[in-house]
Design a protein around this ligand. Structure first.
Ligand code: HEM
Length: 281
């Protein structure tokens, strides 16, 4: 025990100050590593928050991927409480992720230009963790691995994620085992292909949402997924508006048409049948 040790019940005893090596906080959080990963490429004072916001978002992507993988694995084992808890956590995390647009949501073209050219060809399009999120949502694409050919660990993780069932695949498997008539072709689909909206799956959700048990497992699961879908859609739209404010219709640093390309991406519905089924209830 250190010399600063006090009895635990002594009022207003100060924290411990003495540690032989690095603090236990540092050992756990690695704050010294985390706070020295910021290397701006320009002299513009506004670049720091652009870089850190991007890093913060990468961390949220990492947590959200963890939650959705937890949920997918739990559904595979028919463990609904674990799956629902992970999905619920992920919606709070998505709200925090979306709130972190604030510092970048009002950039003028002049402010963005002050460091834009220093970014070279760097673009969020090259974010592997965002791609893992999209794969878990069912938006699989082998060509999205191509930019990562030069990074073996990243590429291997993406390759594995491409082949694994998405969160939505596990949801549909779970529903099928509970007697919902998910088409066989969906349950045996090539998992590495993008999931496309299916009329049979739309009917499954339509029956669930029209059914008598509005507090039942299937409606609760559907609503948790709808919440995830809405918040992902919000992230895409907030990104789109921030981009439009910062650079108008210029081409992106990643080489795309910019806003026009992002508009197309943002228009896609996550878990499409959960939205279309509502028209028929
Ligand atoms: C206001 C600042 C930002 C602007 C102007 C901007 C601009 C763009 C543009 C034009 C694209 C299309 C690809 C390209 O040609 O580069 C893109 C893609 C992307 N950006 Fe940003 N971005 C900004 C901030 C961020 C931040 C902070 C993140 C967080 C990681 C991010 C993540 C992404 C992702 C994941 C994509 C790919 C989207 C997809 O594949 O559908 N962006 N961005």
């Amino acid at each position: 025990m250190s010399q600063h040790h006090h009895e635990p019940n002594e009022l207003s005893s100060p924290p411990n100050f003495d540690f032989a090596g690095t603090t236990p906080y540092e050992d756990y959080v690695q704050a010294d590593v985390l706070t020295h990963l910021q290397h701006p490429l320009s002299d513009d004072p506004g670049e720091m928050v652009f870089l850190v916001t991007t890093q913060v978002m990468e961390l949220w992507f990492t947590v959200i991927v963890h939650e959705w993988r937890t949920a997918a694995q739990a559904l595979r084992g028919d463990d609904l409480p674990t799956a629902m808890a992970a999905l619920k956590r992920s919606t709070y995390e998505l709200e925090s992720l979306n709130a972190s647009w604030k510092p970048l949501a009002h950039l003028t073209p002049g402010q963005f230009n002050a460091y834009r050219s220093a970014l070279g060809e760097g673009s969020g399009f090259q974010s592997a963790m965002y791609r893992r999120m999209e794969f878990l949502l069912g938006d699989k694409s082998a060509s999205m691995l191509v930019p990562h050919r030069g990074a073996p660990r990243v590429h291997a993780e993406l390759e594995k994620a491409l082949q694994e069932p998405s969160l939505y695949d596990e949801v549909l498997g779970f529903l099928a085992r509970r007697g919902h008539e998910v088409p066989a072709a969906i349950l045996t689909r090539d998992l590495a292909q993008r999931y496309d909206a299916d009329p049979g799956v739309e009917q499954v959700w339509q029956r669930i949402y029209a059914g008598p048990d509005q507090d039942g497992v299937a409606v609760r699961l559907g609503e948790a997924l709808t919440e995830v879908a809405e918040l992902v859609w919000r992230w895409r739209n907030d990104h789109l508006v921030a981009t439009r404010r910062a650079m108008g219709a210029k081409t992106g640093t990643g080489g795309s048409a910019g806003v026009a390309w992002l508009e197309k991406r943002a228009a896609k519905n996550v878990f499409p049948e959960l939205w279309t089924a509502r028209s028929h209830v």
